[in-house]
Design a protein around this ligand. Structure first.
Ligand code: HGY
Ligand code: MN
Ligand code: MN
Length: 416
């Protein structure tokens, strides 16, 4: 069914970067950063802006039941499954202005460039912005791409609550993005995600394009700790059941597991502790601990999880509390598609753009989409790998080569 290959295309760098800079004005956080957490008012403003841009570029826009936004550019044979480009527009609480955003807006720029050139691809092209990739407000991360991939049920996603008890589904309705489209269950020809590397390698090596060959396996968990309130003063140490102490022991334990595997780039993260009553003068009888362990080798990641589980049993004993894993999630990306990876690598070569194969240590929506469609990722440099921090930095000059590789790889894929 192959259609004739189209000539190599170049995106409009200035226009692309203006869109990135406009996004950087919506949901300001600390100086230079963003705090555009999922489904807040700023996320609504950014969604509205993105939808307006897509419609102005002639796309039809649909929103699914968990707020994923799909902007579609028709193909000459519109019955064919689309080639999809995507990432996320929500940010961490102290987020940067590039994480996720450069990928969604790269997809929009591909559409705009094809419009400029009057080129029609055989297959439709869609640009997607996934809801709540970060998981900063609603846990777990990547929840909406997970629903699209059938990993989570939409009802379960809609019932997730934030720290104020607000329900994800209600917040979607409040901002006008509780969409009518079914969540997932439709074929995609392929999915490509451009994302900043969130590591130092490309920046340090002066290479502008990363070909992501695989992802680290991550095991995330939320542990509930139950104890007993008591007076901080008279209550004897040997009778104490302080849930805050139990959760703190878990924080140290996951950090120790990370250090134990540091030599092979293993990571152990203590991400969050909440406790009640968490007040002076009284011991806490409830706590929740969130963390994760990660490793490039799935077998070592599993070993790290076992080590954490053993430490949890020890911590429960030492703190005289009850501990239970409330929730857990696993990401890995050995599922990235060899043909799509090869297409990215060969496209870079044909454009004379140097590239480097490397793994992803951060989780991405592509990890879940890879379970339902051939998927590949393209990394672009971020300065010193700084990310999830308002000092996250990227440049037009070192990002646009990746956008051109994306554009040409997608067009080639959309012609077959
Ligand atoms: O946690 C992660 O790696 C992703 O950024 N949510
Ligand atoms: Mn991201
Ligand atoms: Mn992120």
């Amino acid at each position: 069914m192959n259609a004739p290959q189209l000539p190599a295309i170049s995106v409009d760098a200035r226009r692309y970067w203006q869109s990135v800079e406009r996004s950087a004005e919506i949901g300001l956080g600390r100086p230079g950063g963003l705090a555009r957490v999922a489904l807040c008012d700023a996320d609504k403003s950014m969604r509205d802006e993105f939808v307006a841009w897509c419609k102005a570029a002639g796309c039809s826009v649909t929103v699914d039941g968990v707020g994923n936004i799909f902007a579609r550019r028709a193909g000459s044979d519109d019955s064919l499954p689309p080639v999809v480009i995507g990432s996320h527009l929500d940010t961490q609480v102290n987020g940067g202005r590039y994480d996720g955003i450069v990928g969604v807006l790269a997809g929009l720029e591909v559409v705009r460039t094809l419009n400029d050139l009057g080129l029609k691809t055989l297959r439709p092209i869609e640009v997607v912005s996934w809801t709540n990739e970060e998981g900063a407000r609603f846990s777990p991360p990547m929840i909406a791409s997970g629903a699209f991939a059938g990993v989570y049920k939409p009802e379960w996603v809609l019932d997730r609550k934030d720290d104020e008890g607000k329900r994800l589904g209600d917040e979607l309705a409040r901002i006008g993005y509780a969409g009518p489209a079914p969540v997932g269950g439709r074929p995609l020809d392929a999915y490509f995600e451009l994302h900043i590397e969130q590591g130092p390698i490309l920046d340090a090596k002066g290479i502008d394009v990363g070909v992501v060959t695989h992802g680290y396996t991550a095991h995330g968990f939320i542990v509930e700790v139950k104890g007993e309130t008591a007076h901080s003063g008279p209550w004897p140490m040997d009778k104490r059941r302080n849930a805050l102490v139990g959760a703190s022991m878990l924080a140290v334990a996951v950090n120790d597991v990370g250090w134990k595997h540091h030599a092979t780039e293993g990571k152990g993260t203590a991400a969050r502790i909440v406790a009640w009553p968490n007040k002076p003068g009284i011991l806490s009888d409830w706590a929740q601990f969130t963390g994760d362990v990660r490793h490039e080798d799935p077998k070592v990641a599993a070993q790290m999880l076992r080590e954490f589980d053993a430490a949890m049993a020890e911590a429960a004993k030492r703190s005289n509390t009850e501990m239970k894993v409330l929730e857990s999630w696993t990401w890995n990306a050995e599922l990235f598609d060899k043909e799509c990876i090869g297409l990215v690598r060969n496209t870079a070569r044909s454009l004379g753009i140097a590239s480097l194969d490397l793994p992803s240590q951060a989780g991405h929506d592509a990890y879940f989409v890879a379970r339902v469609a051939p998927t590949a990722m393209i990394f672009t440099p971020c300065t010193e790998g700084i990310t999830h921090n308002n000092n996250e930095h990227a440049t037009l000059e070192r990002t646009v080569p990746g956008v051109n590789v994306l554009a040409n790889a997608v067009v080639r894929r959309a012609q077959r």
